[in-house]
Design a protein around this ligand. Structure first.
Ligand code: C2E
Ligand code: MG
Ligand code: MG
Length: 335
């Protein structure tokens, strides 16, 4: 009975041993340990099984934070298998044409006129049904599939916008989400250049949405973003306010637009803290010269609050969900 407690105590001691920095010459090194625990005989009868399950538990420990320990449970294995299955299905999805780009309108806050659209990828999987991006984008990022997937979305949406243009429907601007994994690739700029040439889209019509974490994670982010700027592409900071970019950092970034995260928009009329954050983002944007678009706008009351603060553009269910290109065109072409 006391066995689990004893093991947990031991794990805690191991983790605690890493609280102190290691001294190498005159350097102090801070390390942390993550411990996965599997027990004989419940979690395995062979060394191989015990090691594998301890390993699985260690990844879980890592996932909840540094310096933690976790006991193995059988569900971990089924979750891991589920992930592998989904990863394989996702890989196939690209070749099989199971992915589609949907478009969500962005409108001028004052006039309600269409100013652009955000490309949002959709996955219709024969085995799993419609899988929401919140489930497969993180998986695509961890597995590296996002690189192919992201480029496909970019190419496909640019192609769509050009096809529209040639047939008389002008979308003023196209926004595409960019993953940190794409930006990190040395060939990223070349691939982007190829897509621009191939589709013939005017770079001034293209906006790339990046998150604050992207900017923090990519070593030469400033340099890369500058190159994108020099190509004439617009840059937008997505989910703004949910990360922790420092203000001095923000000032130096070559971005033109801040995208207020929907979690704050949802708080309008409900949570004073959210309203205060929106007010300060608007003030910040004004003094630093950024344009602001709000996402997740569902009600007229939210739109009115944002408009009154000078937010230039709105995106949300109030004006339209992300829909297939044909539906988008028939909704917006004649207005
Ligand atoms: P995001 O870029 O912040 O996109 C906005 C998300 O909010 C979309 O969810 C959109 O459908 C949803 N949304 C828009 N208006 C409203 C509203 O009024 N109410 C509510 N409740 N939701 C609204 P979606 O399409 O599920 O995408 C989720 C996330 O997945 C995106 O967040 C983006 O981070 C990622 N994603 C989607 N497509 C791509 C892609 O092609 N590449 C990359 N790297 N990420 C993508
Ligand atoms: Mg976005
Ligand atoms: Mg967002």
């Amino acid at each position: 009975a006391g066995n689990d407690d004893e093991v947990a105590n031991l794990a805690e001691e191991i983790v605690a041993a890493f609280d102190e920095p290691f001294r190498i010459g005159e350097h102090e090194l801070f390390l942390s340990a993550s411990v996965g625990i599997s027990l004989f005989p419940a979690d395995g009868l062979s060394v191989v099984d015990l090691m594998r399950n301890a390993d699985t538990a260690m990844y879980r420990a890592k996932a909840i934070g540094r310096g933690r320990y976790h006991f193995y449970t059988p569900e971990m294995t089924s979750e891991a298998q589920e992930r592998i299955r989904m990863e394989n299905l996702l890989r196939r999805a690209l070749e099989n044409g199971e992915l589609a780009v949907h478009l969500q309108p962005q409108v001028d806050a004052e006039s309600g006129k269409l100013v652009g659209a955000e490309a949002l990828v959709r996955w219709f999987c024969p085995e799993l049904g419609t899988v929401p991006p919140a489930r497969f984008i993180p998986l695509a990022e961890e597995s590296g599939i996002i690189i192919k997937l992201g480029h496909w979305v970019l190419r496909e949406s640019c192609r769509q916008v050009m096809q529209w243009r040639l047939s008389g429907f002008d979308l003023p601007q196209l926004s595409v989400n960019l993953s940190v994994k794409q930006l990190e690739r040395p060939e990223f700029i070349d691939t982007l250049d190829d897509i621009l040439c191939e589709t013939g889209i005017d770079p001034a019509c293209l906006k790339l949405e990046i998150t604050e974490s992207v900017v923090m994670a990519v070593g030469n982010a400033f340099n890369l973003l500058d190159r994108l700027r020099n190509m004439g592409i617009t840059l937008s900071l997505d989910d703004f306010g949910t990360g922790y970019s420092s203000l001095s950092y923000l000032k130096m970034l070559p971005v033109q637009q801040l995208k207020i995260d929907q979690s704050f928009v949802f708080g309008i009329g409900i949570n004073q803290g959210d309203e205060a954050i929106i007010r300060s983002v608007m003030a910040l944007a004004e003094s630093l010269g950024f344009e602001v678009v709000a996402e997740g706008v569902e009600s007229e009351a939210q739109a009115a609050f944002l408009r009154a603060l000078g937010c230039q553009k709105l995106q949300g269910f109030l004006h339209g969900r992300a829909v297939a290109p044909a539906e988008f065109r028939s909704r917006w072409a004649i207005r």
